[in-house]
Ligand binder design. Structure first.
Ligand code: NAD
Length: 492
């Protein structure tokens, strides 16, 4: 059992002020994996004060972008140097297959490198703006927002932390990170890596803790200028309300129920591969999972047959075993939630083609078979609500207009995918899909260079790319009156 009795505040490893901890379990066998210090409101106050001091009086926001970038690169190197250990820790904490954890950790390092480049580009960015009125000279500068709070989920623990920490640090912000209480372990390792990389004390504070306590206290804290949240819609909505009181700057990356339109001229093998990946990687616990598949009627029967045959071949087991493609769900609660959604889908008349059960040979841990439904009622929760598990719904469509209507008939709008041999059609459909991310002839590939985020109930704002940096910068105009002439309102 791992013991993590400390919080990381102001560059020090401190015991919580009100002795408290929570337990973290290995999802592959439900055994106790770690005992972790739980932050209370008093610890949040300490951490926000440390970040505030670091921002108001410390060197970090005043360093050149190049100097901040150099430290971000050292953090990237530190993550890479510990890649194998971090990946194994992520598997034990989250359950995902080891190769996926290795991708995540490598991507996390890449994210720090990417924002190191953008930090360097902030130097000398000040831009003169030509005004129609020549009596004035103006320029626009960008400055860090201040103290940022990051609250993140459990599905990509280190990667979700990096998507927030890297741009916030690049911008010159100081911050408090609260990882999910289900998967806090790699965020604590990130704190160690930033410390070794020479990040000044107080710039990054890491507070494991419960959502309703540490999370709520953090987003409500008056010393926080910006809240960056990734998680569920109900929590996002609560955070938006909490942030409203002080009119805090917020960005929200929330859930999804993303469609994948497959036209009949698609290569069936490629379609099945991307459908499988789009819903079953990370056990389907992916905000952008393409969980609603729409297949043109001429291909529907053949595609369903192939999809079910390939789904049966997916190897389920402990994520550390070679060849495993599907690990356990993250927690008992998530297992119960997804199982209940499957039972409700069957009761609502959806046709279960395969899966839906705990595998007979895996009685321990939170395993669930990959599950395929067809002919799913359009008004059912199975079709409309995010399940966040290895469950795909497949329905037929007759023409492009119907495919678009069905795809866009959703409260969510995070991602969407379209597949066809006709690239002109793909581009046309991509522009009509109501989503922040559209994939053509694939599903899920994600790049640090590109904006990430959704429309409708999927959130507000964009992470990653240059847009991710904007989340942590304020834009300021500086306007100078240069004319020797009086202004003429009072002195004529
Ligand atoms: P969650 O909303 O339950 O928890 C997310 C985080 O919020 C956790 O750290 C939790 O402790 C904290 N929290 C809970 N209550 C809080 C409160 N009252 N105040 C402040 N913080 C609080 O979500 P989850 O179950 O951890 O993650 C799954 C959800 O995240 C899914 O809906 C998924 O779609 C979404 N997600 C979205 C993206 C994206 O980029 N759009 C990425 C990953 C996950």
């Amino acid at each position: 059992m791992l013991d993590r009795p400390h919080l990381y505040i102001d560059g020090q490893w401190l015991a919580p002020q009100q002795a408290g901890h929570f337990e973290v379990f290995d999802p592959s066998d439900a055994s106790l994996l770690a005992r972790v210090a739980a932050a209370s409101a008093a610890d949040v106050d300490l951490a926000v004060s440390a970040a505030r001091r670091a921002f108001d009086h410390g060197p970090w926001p005043r360093l050149s972008g190049a100097k901040r970038g150099a430290i971000l690169r050292r953090i990237a190197d530190g993550i890479r140097a510990n890649l194998e250990d971090l990946a194994v820790l992520e598997v034990r904490d989250n359950g995902k297959p080891l190769p996926e954890a290795q991708w995540d950790i490598a991507d996390a390092a890449g994210c720090f490198d990417f924002y190191a480049d953008l930090a360097e580009r902030l130097d000398g960015e000040e831009r003169p703006i030509a005004l129609a009125d020549a009596r004035f000279r103006a320029s626009v500068v960008r400055e860090p927002v201040g103290v940022a709070a990051a609250v993140i989920p459990w599905n990509y623990p280190l990667l979700m932390a990096s998507w927030k920490v890297a741009p916030a640090l690049a911008a010159g912000c100081c911050m408090v990170l609260k990882p999910s209480e289900l998967t806090p372990l790699t965020a604590l390792e990130l704190a160690r890596i930033t410390e070794a990389a020479g990040l000044p004390a107080g710039v990054l504070n890491v507070l494991p803790g419960l959502g309703g306590e540490a999370g709520a206290a953090l987003v409500e804290h008056p010393g926080v200028d910006k809240v960056a949240f990734t998680g569920s819609v109900p929590t996002g909505s609560r955070i938006m309300q909490a942030a409203a009181r002080d009119v805090k700057n917020i960005s929200l990356e929330l859930g999804g129920k993303s469609p994948f339109i497959v036209f009949a001229d698609s290569d069936i093998e490629a379609a099945v591969e991307w459908i499988l990946f789009g819903i079953f990687w990370n056990q389907g616990q992916v905000c952008s999972a393409t969980s609603r598949v729409l297949v043109e009627r001429a291909l529907y029967p053949a595609l369903l047959e192939r999809l079910v045959a390939e789904t049966h071949k997916i190897r389920i087991g402990n994520g550390l075993e070679p060849g495993v493609l599907l690990g356990p769900l993250v927690s008992a609660g998530q297992h119960a939630k997804v199982s209940a959604a499957i039972a409700q889908g069957i009761a609502d008349g959806a046709r279960l083609l395969c899966g839906g059960q705990r595998p007979a040979d895996l009685p321990e841990g939170w395993f669930l078979q990959p599950t395929v439904f067809a002919d799913v009622p359009l008004d059912s929760d199975l079709w409309r609500e995010e399940i966040f598990g290895p469950v795909v719904c497949v329905n037929p469509f007759d023409d492009e207009a119907e495919a678009l209507r069905l795809a866009n008939d959703s409260a969510f709008g995070l991602a969407a995918a379209v597949m066809s041999a006709d690239l002109e059609r793909c581009e046309r459909v991509a522009r009509k899909l109501q989503a922040g991310i559209v994939w053509i002839n694939c599903s899920q590939p994600t790049f640090s260079e590109l904006p990430w985020g959704g429309v409708k109930r999927s959130g507000i704002g964009r992470e990653l790319g240059e847009w991710g940096l904007d989340n942590y910068l304020e834009t300021k105009q500086i306007t100078r009156y240069e004319s020797a002439e009086p202004w003429g309102w009072y002195i004529k």
